[in-house]
Design a protein around this ligand. Structure first.
Ligand SMILES: [Zn+2]
Length: 301
C-alpha cells in the first residue's frame, strides 16, 4: 500500500512548518518520541512519512528534492523507515510452515516483535531511523493503535528503548485518542493533534463569539454561553459545531507552540470536545447533558 502523499503539506501546513523548523534548526528540540492523535490515521501516516523525509533528506529538504533518501521515502523503499503493525511481522523462531498464515490471526504487536525491534536497533545505522507504529486491516487500511493491538506488555518491553533510543532514531505513534495508548508512552512522547481534513476547512464562524479566548471567560457568563451553544447545536448539525470548536482550538495551538501552559491545556480540551462529539454522534447521549459537561470542563476548570 502506498501511504506517502506529498499533498500532506497542503493538508496540515502548520504542523509541517513546525517540524520543518524544528528539524532544520539545531537549537529546537523535536522529541524522538512523537504521538500523533486525531480522527484520520492515514493523514497521520502521511505526516509521519513526511517527518521521516525531513529527518533523512541530505539536501535542501524541499518537497521536490531528488536525493536518494527522499526518493526512497516517496517510493516507500527506504531501509530505515518502517511502518510497524501487528500484521507486518514474521515470527523469526516459528516452526510452523506458513508465516503469512501465522500473522493473519495476530491480534497485536507482540513481545517477539518488540524484541526484534530492540535487536535491530542495536546495530548502528547511517540513516535516521523512523519507526511508525499503528494498525492496519488485511486490505492495508490504516487503523489507530489501541491497548489491544499495542498491549501493555509490548510497550513495557520497549519502554527503555523509547526512553533512551539509539542516536538518530525517532518513534511515531498513530492514535485516535491519547487515552488509547498506555500512559507510560504518552508521558514520554510529545503529542500533536492532527485535525481531520475532511471536516476541517478551518472555519469556526458558528462558535467564534462564544469561545474566543475561552480560557479567560468570566465564570458568571458560563451559563449564558452554555445556553447559546446549545441553541447553535440545535440549529446546526452538532458534529459540525464540535468540529468548529476544534478548528478554533487548533488555531490556538498553532499560535501557541511556545506557550507550553496554554498549549497543553488546549490539547487536553481538544480531547474533551472529541469525547463530547462521540457521546452525541455515537452514544446518542442527550445533547444538553453533553454540552453542560463540556462547558463545565472547558470554562470552569
Ligand atoms: Zn532530499
Amino acid at each position: 500500500m502506498q501511504y506517502y502523499d506529498s499533498s500532506v503539506v497542503q493538508k496540515v501546513p502548520k504542523l509541517i512548518d513546525y517540524f520543518q523548523k524544528g528539524i532544520t534548526d539545531e537549537s529546537k528540540n523535536i522529541s524522538h518520541c512523537l504521538l500523533l492523535w486525531g480522527p484520520d490515521i492515514k493523514l497521520q501516516c502521511e505526516l509521519a512519512l513526511e517527518i521521516a523525509r525531513l529527518l533523512n533528506c541530505k539536501e535542501d529538504k524541499s518537497l521536490d528534492c531528488n536525493c536518494l533518501n527522499c526518493k526512497w521515502i516517496r517510493e516507500q523503499t527506504h531501509p530505515a523507515i518502517k511502518i510497524y503493525t501487528r500484521l507486518d511481522f514474521k515470527e523469526a523462531d516459528t516452526n510452523s510452515s506458513d508465516d503469512e498464515d501465522s500473522s493473519k490471526g495476530k491480534r497485536n504487536i507482540n513481545i517477539n516483535q518488540a524484541k526484534s525491534i530492540i535487536n535491530e536497533l542495536s546495530i548502528s545505522s547511517d540513516y535516521h531511523r523512523v519507526y511508525i507504529f499503528c494498525d492496519r486491516d488485511e486490505d492495508g487500511n490504516l487503523l489507530p493503535l489501541n491497548k489491544i493491538n499495542f498491549p501493555e506488555a509490548t510497550s513495557n518491553a520497549l519502554l527503555k528503548t523509547f526512553e533512551e533510543p539509539p542516536q538518530n532514531t525517532t518513534f511515531i505513534f498513530l492514535t485516535k485518542d491519547k487515552t488509547d495508548v498506555i500512559s507510560t508512552i504518552v508521558s514520554r512522547a510529545q503529542s500533536f493533534f492532527v485535525p481531520s481534513v475532511i471536516s476541517n476547512n478551518g472555519d469556526y464562524s458558528l462558535v467564534e463569539n462564544l469561545i474566543t479566548n475561552y480560557w479567560m471567560i468570566d465564570k458568571n457568563k458560563v451559563l449564558d454561553i452554555e445556553n447559546e451553544l446549545l441553541i447553535v447545536m440545535t440549529d446546526n448539525e452538532p458534529k459540525e459545531v464540535f468540529n468548529q470548536i476544534q478548528n478554533y482550538m487548533f488555531d490556538v495551538l498553532v499560535a501557541n507552540f511556545n506557550n507550553k501552559h496554554l498549549y497543553y491545556r488546549v490539547l487536553e480540551d481538544l480531547r474533551y470536545v472529541e469525547e463530547a462529539m462521540q457521546q452525541v454522534t455515537l452514544s446518542k447521549m442527550n445533547l444538553q447533558t453533553v454540552v453542560e459537561n463540556l462547558c463545565f470542563k472547558l470554562f470552569l476548570k
